[in-house]
Write a protein of this length. Structure first.
Ligand SMILES: Nc1nc2c(ncn2[C@@H]2O[C@H](COP(=O)(O)OP(=O)(O)OP(=O)(O)O)[C@@H](O)[C@H]2O)c(=O)[nH]1
Ligand SMILES: [Mg+2]
Length: 328
C-alpha cells in the first residue's frame, strides 16, 4: 500500500472519484496532485471534519511537539477546536506575514493570541513565501521538541505544507514535494517527512472552517480573493447614502458617517457608489462594531472602523461575518 507523495492519500487505480486515484499504481503522485503540480489545474474536493479529530486525538496521546500554523490574513474565528483537544506543547506559527501590511506591529499580532492556550510555549511570525524568520522557526522547533516527531497542524489553507516544503528546500537536500494549492483540503492524509536524524515533521490535513467564503465561490474568483502580496489597505469615508461594493460578493452600508479601512486582496474590484446596487444574491448581516474592533468576512478579509457603528453587511449566503478585537 503506497501513498501519494503530494497529498498523503493511499494510491488506488480503481475509482477515479475517490482520493488517491492514479491510472498506474506505481506512480508517486495521484492524478489530482499530478494535475495541480504540472498544469495548475485545481479540482475542488469536498471533505468533512470527520477525519480531522481522530488525527488530533492521536497526536494528543503523544509527547510530541505540535506546530500550530495560523494564516495571519485569514485567522480562524476559533482555534479552540484544535488547542483544547491537545495535551501537547504547542509552538504557534503565525504565517503569511508578507500579506499583512508592514506598518502593522508584530507585537500587536502576537498580543492578539495571548490568551489562546497555556499549552502555547512560544510564538514565531514568519512567511514561507518570503523566507522570513524560518531560521528562528527551526531553532524554536529544536528548542522545544521533546521527541524526534513534530506535528504540523492547523486549518486548511493555513500554509502548513508550503512551510514544510520551504524547510525541505532550505535545510535538506530533498526536493520540496508536498502538493500545495489555493483550494481547501489539499493535503488528504498525514505525510511523514524525515528532515534529519533527529527531526521528523508530520504534515496533516487541515481543519475546515464553516462559513469561509472560499467554499462559496468558483476558482477564478477565489484566485482574486486570496492576496498574493502585501495588502494595500484602502480607507473610505462612508456617508449614509453610500455603499462600498466588492465584486458582487460583498456590499457594505452604514447608517451614519464613518471612516472604514478595507483589508482585502487588491485584485478585487472595490467601488464606492450610491445605495442603489443590486444585492439580490446577497444575505444581510446587521453588525454592531465597538471601538477597537474589526469586522471579519471569513476568508475574504477584514474591515477596520474608526468609531462605534452599526453596519449592514451583505454577503454571499453561508459566509460567516463577525467582529473581533483589532490588531491594527
Ligand atoms: N503569501 C503567502 N502565501 C502563502 C504562504 N504560505 C502558503 N501560502 C499560500 O497559501 C495557500 C495554501 O497553502 P498550503 O501549504 O497548501 O496550505 P495547507 O495548510 O497545507 O492546506 P491543507 O493541505 O488544505 O490543509 C497556497 O496558495 C500557498 O501558496 C506565505 O507565507 N505567504
Ligand atoms: Mg497541506
Amino acid at each position: 500500500m503506497s501513498k501519494c507523495q503530494g497529498c498523503g492519500s493511499v494510491l488506488q487505480n480503481e475509482n477515479p472519484n475517490l482520493d488517491g486515484f492514479t491510472k498506474k499504481i506505481d506512480n508517486v503522485l495521484c492524478e489530482r496532485c499530478f494535475r495541480i503540480k504540472n498544469y495548475n489545474d485545481y479540482k475542488k474536493v469536498i471533505k468533512t471534519n470527520n477525519d480531522f479529530m481522530p488525527i488530533i486525538d492521536n497526536i494528543s496521546k503523544t509527547d510530541d511537539l505540535v506546530v500550530l500554523v495560523v494564516d495571519l490574513f485569514s485567522i480562524p474565528a476559533s482555534l479552540n477546536t484544535i488547542v483544547d483537544n491537545l495535551n501537547n506543547d504547542i509552538l504557534l506559527v503565525l504565517t503569511k506575514r508578507d500579506i499583512i501590511p508592514l506598518s502593522v506591529y508584530d507585537e500587536r499580532l502576537i498580543e492578539y493570541f495571548d490568551n489562546l492556550s497555556n499549552r502555547i510555549v512560544d510564538t514565531v511570525i514568519c512567511s514561507a513565501k518570503k523566507n522570513f524568520h524560518l531560521d528562528e522557526l527551526m531553532n524554536k522547533i529544536f528548542q522545544y521538541k521533546k521527541t524526534n516527531n513534530v506535528y504540523v497542524v492547523g486549518y486548511t489553507n493555513a500554509g502548513k505544507s508550503t512551510l514544510i516544503n520551504k524547510i525541505l528546500y532550505n535545510y535538506t537536500k530533498m526536493e520540496p514535494m508536498i502538493t500545495t494549492s489555493l483550494l481547501p483540503s489539499t493535503t488528504i492524509d498525514a505525510i511523514t517527512i524525515k528532515i534529519s536524524d533527529d527531526l521528523t515533521l508530520i504534515d496533516t490535513p487541515g481543519l475546515l472552517e464553516d462559513g469561509n467564503i472560499l467554499d462559496y465561490v468558483d476558482v477564478n474568483v477565489l484566485n482574486r480573493i486570496v492576496p498574493k502580496k502585501e495588502i494595500k489597505a484602502i480607507t473610505y469615508q462612508l456617508k449614509d447614502k453610500q455603499c462600498i461594493s466588492v465584486d458582487n460578493i460583498l456590499l457594505i452600508e452604514n447608517e451614519d458617517v464613518n471612516n472604514i479601512t478595507l483589508f482585502f486582496s487588491n485584485s478585487l474590484n472595490i467601488e464606492r457608489s450610491f445605495k442603489n446596487k443590486d444585492k439580490s444574491n446577497l444575505v444581510l448581516h446587521r453588525v454592531e462594531v465597538k471601538e477597537r474592533e474589526d469586522i471579519v468576512i471569513s476568508g475574504l478579509g477584514f474591515i477596520k472602523v474608526m468609531k462605534h457603528g452599526i453596519f449592514n453587511i451583505y454577503v454571499l449566503p453561508g459566509v460567516l461575518v463577525y467582529t473581533r478585537k483589532s490588531f491594527i
